[in-house]
Design a binder for this molecule. Sequence first.
Ligand code: NAD
Ligand code: MG
Length: 390
Amino acid sequence: MRSVTILGATGSVGESAFDLLMRAGGPEAWRTVALTGGRNIARLAEMAKALRAELAVTAYPELLADLRQALQGSGIAASAGAAAIDEAAARPSDWTLSAIVGAAGLAPGLQVLERGGTLALANKETLVAAGRLVMTTAERTKARILPVDSEHSAIFQLLDAESSSSVEGVTITASGGAFRDWPLEKLPFATVAEASCHPNWAMGQRITVDSASMFNKALEVIEAREFFGTEPDRIKVVIHPQSIIHAMVSFTDGSSVAHLGMPDMRHAIGYALNWPERAPLPVARLDLVALGQLTFRAPDEIRWPALRLAREVIATGGAAGAVLNAAKEQALDDFLAGRIRFTDMAAAVEHALDHAAGEAGFTQSPADLQTALAWDGLARRAAHSWKGAA
Ligand code: NAD
Ligand code: MG
């Protein structure tokens, strides 16, 4: 029986993975080593019971008693806190999904790689914050990383069996998010509620707002650079409002191959779960005639300065990814809390990058978790101290 672990089981990606496991035989077919979650204790306990998990972990120590209570009589062990999530990630398991949101996913992801495990990676922040460290760790331990971000899963599928020397470039698409068609002068006044509505994808709130600001695509450009090693001038972003084409790979002979599918994360998760095979998945099938048309336009870097910042971060290298990621998380917190305006997020991130550039060691990629987290802390403080915040 294959064993699985889901880090961030109670989130949007985690729920989709849970759905796939339950449809594919549930506890009769899978041995669930651990499920981790955050504040939604009732749901975490429910999922752990349904899959008969060996361990359930909440990120919050103050909720451990509640979790124990919810699991009473089930025989499922409970633990809490960041170290307990690391410990869960370190337990042997054939397939571990990292569906935690934010830089909190970095440490447990590294635990999976350290034990030479297979890491299905939805948590793009892991690669943005410490791409070099993550990839060299995987190389050293022979761990495998399977991308779960839909665009990267698409590229991964398209590159299968292709020689890398025949690849000329990759294109990832972006829906354009909530404010694709807003007049620019309205953007500063966008509310949290308005930024939290995605035209095509149902996702967690943070990535939804990141889609409106295009910071999600900025992270994905860096993720593609780190994971596939693609030169930055060969990674293109195209606005594609229908979110049907997820990515396209172009070859030296002038042909391009695109990956299409309805916007449903169960495809990318299921692909990683069944890799290297394909198995039937419960996702809606494409009907091109019903769709009628697919449209594309160039991304506007005035509307979305995050895309320019991503290119600058790749050109700088070193700790710039860790700084961009953490500064973005802080700026997002400040926007969600009403402390700064929507358009201030990019300004706060740029301020943090400028500030960090003056610090010693900025041009060196973090060689260990501690160094990555030190840049993370510095970036959060710098972004928060930007003049618009607090
Ligand atoms: P979400 O907010 O819905 O869920 C996040 C999960 O992480 C929850 O289980 C939560 O309890 C847990 N979590 C939150 N903070 C934590 C912490 N500090 N420590 C440990 N666990 C914590 O997020 P999501 O939308 O499912 O996204 C998860 C990841 O997948 C993100 O990195 C996101 O960028 C990426 N991703 C999501 C989608 C999507 O469709 N939602 C698509 C592609 C990539
Ligand atoms: Mg994506």
